[in-house]
Every structure is written in C-alpha cells, then in structure tokens.
Design a protein around this ligand. Structure first.
Ligand code: PHE
Length: 340
C-alpha cells in the first residue's frame, strides 16, 4: 500500500506542478480527487488489506488525501493569481501618455462680422429682429414701394418659389414686419440670409445682410451719417470717414450709397480702392413716405432712416478676402485663420 501511495503521490505531484490553467487543474481534480478519482480508488482497495492492518492503512490514505487536497488548493491559488496578473497587465493604462486633444471650434468670419455689427449698433440702442427667409411678394416688394411691373424689380434677380412667394432678395421686408408689429420709436437691426440668382467672385446666390431701421420724430439723413460714421470707425479704425453719394432705391427717398475712406491707403489711392480713395460699403436712405403709410405710420408725424449692409462685403474688406466662395467652402485651412 505504501508503495502504491508513494507512486501515486509522485505522479500527482508532477501533474499539479504541470497544471497552468483552470482547465488543466480541473482535469487534475477529476483524475485524483473526485468521487471516481484515484484517491477514492485507494479507499476501495482497503478491502484487500488484511483486517488488522486496515486502520493504519486507512489513516495513511486519509493523510495522503488531505495533503493532496491542500496541494491542489495551493495550486489553484497560484493559477488564479497568475491569471489575474496577466489580465491586469493586458488591461493596464499608461496614465503618463498625453491625453487626446479635442479640436477647438471657432466662429465663422460671417458670424464674427455679424456679431461686431450688432455690438456696435446695440451700443446705440438698437434691438435685433429676425424675419423669414421665405417671403411673400407683398413684404419683399409691393409694400416696400416696388409694385408689380416696376422696373426696380429687375435690380434683384429673384428666386420665385411660387407665383407670389420668393426667397427674400434682401432683409428690407424686415422693415415692414417690424413696423407692422411695433409703434415708433423704432430702432432695429434685421440680420439674415438673402438670395439672388447671381454668382461670381464677389456675388453668391446666398449671402447675408444686416438691415437697420430707425423711425422716430424728425429723423434725418444727418442721423444716418452720424450712426454710420460710428459704425465704420468701429469696424475699420477711428481715422476712417464716410461719404454719401446720391443713389436710388424704391423704398428710400433720398437714397444714398455710403463710401468709407480707404483704410488701406488712407485715401491716397491703391488697388483695394481702385485708386479712388473710397470704398463702397452699404446703401441706405430716408424711408419713403409710401413705405411708412403702407405700415400705418403717419409720414407727417414720423420719419425714418434705413440702411442695408452686406455682411460678406464687410468681411471680405476687413480680412482681405478676394473671393466670396471661400466663405462658403468651409475649408478648415481657411476658417482656422479667424480663430480669435
Ligand atoms: N435692400 C437694399 C439692397 O439689398 C439695401 C437698402 C436697405 C437700401 C435699406 C436702402 C435702405 O440692395
């Protein structure tokens, strides 16, 4: 019996030492320590031992079983620890690695200029109002003193969506909407997208305007020039001047084209100002009597001024952009230059 146990112990010891995973350990347990395993087999062989030797032999087998069980548990612990260490190593995170940088966004140059314009006029007490991009003929033309068949309709290449529905060609319909909803005194800015069937280096079928409207008692062209002086100085520098030239818009009378003295050459003449010393920046004028009347405002009591600023035009002048298309391609190499 002694010999058999010693042989078995040697075999089991080797098998345990070789076990290197839960699976091989389970196979070992089946083979040696389970109900039908080799250790139980020893117990069954006690039958063949002489009765007087049985107690001593049984004791040896029991001791062997206890030792083997303890060895098995030690091996199980060793394998668990090794597997845990391997898993920890595989899942380790190097906290000294630099973190991923999140790309920082920035405002589009159109938005930058729009905000600057709003900031300047907000300082003079203007509020912001927005109207719809899809307009009816009435707001976009007729009530702005541009009746059907008026030749001035040809000034703006209109996108028609239906017989009397257009993509607004300017932000001036915002004037009508504001005067319909508010009584004077009125001082509003109407920023927005506008649409015209026109496309080249300085024109885009979709662009942005900022309308200004002031209606109060005794508003004159001087108020317009005073406000616009402040505006161009805020955008182009304190030394620039404005110049008003007579012009024509159906909804203003008189109408003016507003030039700013060239901020590039100081008025001496250069390629930017086409050697004239002046750069055209916007249109405006005194609100036409008919437009006030169309909105139920008495032109004998009130007068108004209005102006329309092309936001792309201002952005292109400010940042020296020579092609309007660059503003809408959303090429990051271009846009990154405006991060403030
Ligand atoms: N709506 C005109 C345009 O788009 C600009 C303008 C606005 C002129 C207000 C006068 C007064 O061309």
């Amino acid at each position: 019996m002694h010999e058999i146990i010693e042989q078995l112990a040697a075999q089991a010891g080797e098998a345990l030492a070789a076990a290197d995973s839960r699976e091989t350990l389970a196979v070992f347990w089946q083979e040696y320590l389970s109900k039908n395993g080799k250790v139980s087999g020893l117990m069954k062989q006690l039958r063949n031992v002489a009765p007087e030797e049985r107690p001593a032999a049984g004791k040896i087998i029991n001791e062997f079983k206890q030792k083997l069980t303890a060895d098995y548990e030690a091996a199980a612990e060793r394998i668990n620890a090794a597997e845990l260490a391997a898993r920890n190593a595989a899942e380790a995170v190097d906290i000294t690695l630099p973190a991923k940088r999140r790309a920082l966004g920035a405002l589009h140059p159109i938005t930058l200029v729009k905000n600057q314009i709003i900031d300047t006029f907000a300082g003079m007490g203007f509020e912001v109002f927005e109207g719809p991009e899809i307009e009816d003929d009435d707001h976009n033309f007729t009530r702005l003193n541009v009746p059907k068949n008026h030749p001035a309709r040809d000034m703006q290449d209109t996108f028609y969506l239906a017989e009397d529905i257009v993509l607004r060609t300017h932000t001036s319909p915002g004037q009508i909407r504001v005067m319909d909803s508010k009584n004077p005194p009125i001082k509003v800015l109407v920023p927005g997208r506008v649409f015209r069937s026109d496309s080249d280096a300085t024109h885009s079928p979709m662009f942005h305007q900022m309308e200004g409207l002031v209606v109060d008692k005794r508003i004159t062209l001087c108020d317009l020039q005073g406000m616009l002086d402040k505006f161009v100085q805020a955008l182009f520098g304190p030394e620039v001047k404005t110049r008003l030239r007579p012009s024509y818009f159906p909804f203003t009378e008189p109408s003016v084209e507003v030039d700013v003295s060239c901020f590039e050459c100081g008025g001496k003449g250069c390629p930017l100002c086409k050697h004239t010393g002046w750069i055209e920046v916007l249109g405006g004028g005194i609100v036409h009597h008919n437009v006030l009347k169309n909105c139920g405002i008495d032109p004998e009591e009130y007068s108004g001024l209005a102006f329309g600023i092309g936001i792309e035009r201002i952005a292109m002048l400010r940042y020296g952009i020579n092609n309007i298309g660059l503003l809408f391609e959303n090429d990051l190499r271009f846009l990154k230059q405006f991060r403030e």
